[in-house]
Design a protein around this ligand. Structure first.
Ligand code: F6R
Length: 247
């Protein structure tokens, strides 16, 4: 795993966008695994802008993502597919053309199996983007999740629901979701995790300097041979010298 301390949040956004462009160049008909959340909002806006300006060609690429709230429709406010397609219209077009494959929000075992099978049949995910929760989650794999789990249904942790409160207000955030598990995430050929802001500093430290343990789900990324972590100064603030040496 490489850990890269960028000089600013904007530099993290640039690096993540470059990763995306490089993945498209490497395998124009590959599969991109997206993540949602504030960490990636500038990234999606940038993709949309680049496509609209004719600077980026999505070509034959396919996309999928990590997680969805249980039972959510693609156009349901607060949902992950709704977020992705609203922030990034090219993903809306890909959804309409069946080139963006959402996580089966029903959580139904057959649908989940079909989704995993479809990803496997096209050769798996080429690059998986990840954010990290304040509690160390990736996707919606909350602390305590076994690293052996594939796609599965989850109960969201209190911090995850608290962080989702704004996107659902005045309604309550959901209690359950469907997520790619650590086992599915680690199958991606390359993993790009990014973290920005001081709120993420303790989780980033646990991920990089704590034990590799389900109590910090993001720590499983250290098992992946081709993984990179981009941090802004605030997210890297609690790291010791050892992590600096990984850069
Ligand atoms: C959402 C997801 C989550 C987020 C994480 C960080 O698809 O995978 O693991 O990446 O909760 O969220 P933000 O970026 O909003 O801080």
């Amino acid at each position: 795993m490489r850990v890269i301390r960028e000089s600013s949040r904007e530099a993290v956004d640039r690096a993540v966008f470059e990763e995306f462009c490089a993945a498209l160049r490497r395998r124009p008909a590959g599969v991109i695994g997206l993540a949602t959340g504030g960490t990636f909002s500038a990234f999606f806006a940038r993709i949309a802008q680049a496509v609209a300006a004719g600077e980026l060609e999505m070509g034959e690429v396919r996309a999928t993502h990590l997680d969805e709230y249980l039972g959510f429709d693609h156009d349901q406010r607060g949902g992950m597919v709704h977020e992705l397609t609203s922030l990034c219209p090219p993903l809306r077009q890909m959804l309409d053309e069946d080139r963006f494959w959402p996580v089966p929000a029903s959580g139904d075992a057959g649908a989940v199996q079909e989704h995993e099978q479809r990803l496997a049949e096209v050769g798996g995910v080429d690059i998986q983007f990840l954010g990290i929760g304040r509690n160390g989650h990736i996707g919606f794999n909350e602390p305590g999740t076994s690293f052996d789990l594939g796609f599965h249904r989850v109960h969201l942790a209190p911090t995850t629901r608290a962080d989702a409160r704004d996107r659902f207000a005045p309604d309550e955030p959901p209690y359950e979701a469907v997520t790619a598990g650590p086992k599915s995430i680690l199958k991606a050929r390359r993993i790009v995790l990014s973290a920005v802001g001081a709120a993420k500093a303790p989780a980033v430290r646990a991920m990089l300097e704590g034990p590799i343990d389900p109590q910090c789900p993001a720590s499983c990324v250290r098992y992946h041979a081709d993984s990179v972590v981009y941090l802004d100064p605030e997210a890297a603030a609690e790291l010791g010298e050892s992590a600096a040496a990984m850069s």
